[in-house]
Design a protein around this ligand. Structure first.
Ligand code: FA5
Length: 346
């Protein structure tokens, strides 16, 4: 085969192969394999030395023509491949704004937290301040300052977890009363506070009792505070929490730190007072303990009980939330079961 024929044949084969190439790397390798130093065209042109002098320029011109043509075609192909790569990328990265978004799992505050905050809001609206207490308390504040001296039989009503004989987990939020009274400057006005928090008792857990639960303490001290102030305040709370048609009822009770003491019932939200399984057919549901602050408790804080008087109350948030939402087992609050908490997204 003459060199001319070889070049013509190479051109034919090359153009066919070129049409099949679809990526840049193959294209580059192909260029090197034809036009490179060790490429096929270079190889063919090695035969130039054996040609007659007048033949050489002809073959040289043919080879150059082929090299130019192929270079142009390679360049054009490179451009086509580049465009295709961009088009592919654009197609892959298309953002469809009409697709539904990915749902982010949304948490919510615990129902007891929500209940506490709702009660806090009601009292903030009535001019109370919110005070924090200690969950690890002294026997002194938890019992003695609440008019429960050592060996007082009423201590049995609230047995607890002792850390040392003098330090314990508080059994109620009432010790915050004494701490707040100690710190209050009455020349600056009356004392009105609530104190929410966790309390502990050595109780046996069942559907309505837990060894750890929550209370909100309330305390008002000023000159001339009367039982009617307590009743009006609790009536407002109950109507805001359970609805304007709810009534409250005070029953005589006993707490060493209040005198007189009362248990406060609300008319049943389910039957309206007629009697049902929720109120155990009494028409009333007990929600909290309260009373007029015992003069001994005032005096222990250095408050003149002949001049000042006050009321206090303590309610359990679990009890309130159970009644309000029809939750029939207190343990549900602490199990972290999303099926319960998801019902109270708020
Ligand atoms: C007291 O704890 C008093 N400190 C309340 C008080 C304060 C009275 C100020 C007078 C003046 P009592 O033990 O009744 O009282 O508890 C109050 C509320 O806590 C109860 O009405 C109930 O809702 C809740 N409670 C009591 N024990 C448990 C328990 N084991 N589990 C869940 N809630 C409880």
């Amino acid at each position: 085969m003459s060199l001319q024929e070889k070049i013509t044949e190479l051109r034919k084969v090359t153009l066919t192969k070129l049409s099949e190439i679809a990526d840049e790397k193959t294209l580059n390798d192909f260029r090197v394999s034809v036009l490179g130093k060790k490429g096929e065209l270079t190889d063919i042109l090695k035969g130039m030395k054996d040609l007659a002098n007048e033949e050489r320029p002809k073959i040289g011109a043919l080879a150059n023509e082929f090299r130019d043509e192929l270079s142009r075609l390679l360049e054009a192909k490179k451009e086509v491949i580049g465009q295709a790569v961009i088009a592919q990328k654009l197609a892959n990265e298309t953002l469809d704004v009409t697709l539904p978004g990915k749902k982010v799992a949304k948490g919510n505050r615990h129902i007891l937290t929500q209940t506490t905050e709702e009660i806090e809001d009601i009292f903030l609206g009535m001019g109370y301040k919110i005070v924090d207490g200690y969950e690890v308390e002294t026997d002194y504040y938890n019992f003695e300052r609440m008019n429960l001296p050592k060996d007082h039989p009423a201590r049995d009503m609230q047995d607890t977890f002792y850390i040392t004989p003098e330090i314990l987990l508080r059994t109620h939020t009432s010790p915050v009363q004494a701490r707040t009274m100690d710190a209050h400057d009455f020349s600056k006005g009356p004392l009105k506070m609530i104190s929410p928090g966790r309390v502990y008792r050595r109780d046996t857990d069942d559907a309505t009792h837990s060894h750890q639960f929550h209370q909100i303490e309330g305390l008002v001290i000023d000159e001339g505070i009367a039982m009617s102030d307590l009743k009006g305040t609790l009536d407002t709370l109950v109507k805001k929490m359970f609805g304007a048609e709810r009534k409250i009822r005070l029953r005589p009770s006993y707490f060493p730190f209040t005198e007189p003491s009362v248990e406060v019932d609300i008319s049943c939200f389910k039957c309206g007072g007629a009697g049902c399984n929720v109120c155990k057919w009494t028409g009333w549901i007990e929600v909290l303990g309260a009373g007029m602050v015992h003069p001994n408790v005032l005096e222990m804080s250095g408050i003149d009980s002949s001049k000042y008087s006050g009321f206090a109350f303590g309610l359990g948030q679990e009890r309130i939330a159970m009644l309000r939402y029809g939750i029939n087992d207190i343990r549900g609050f602490y199990l972290g079961d999303a099926r319960l908490s998801e019902q109270f997204i708020g």
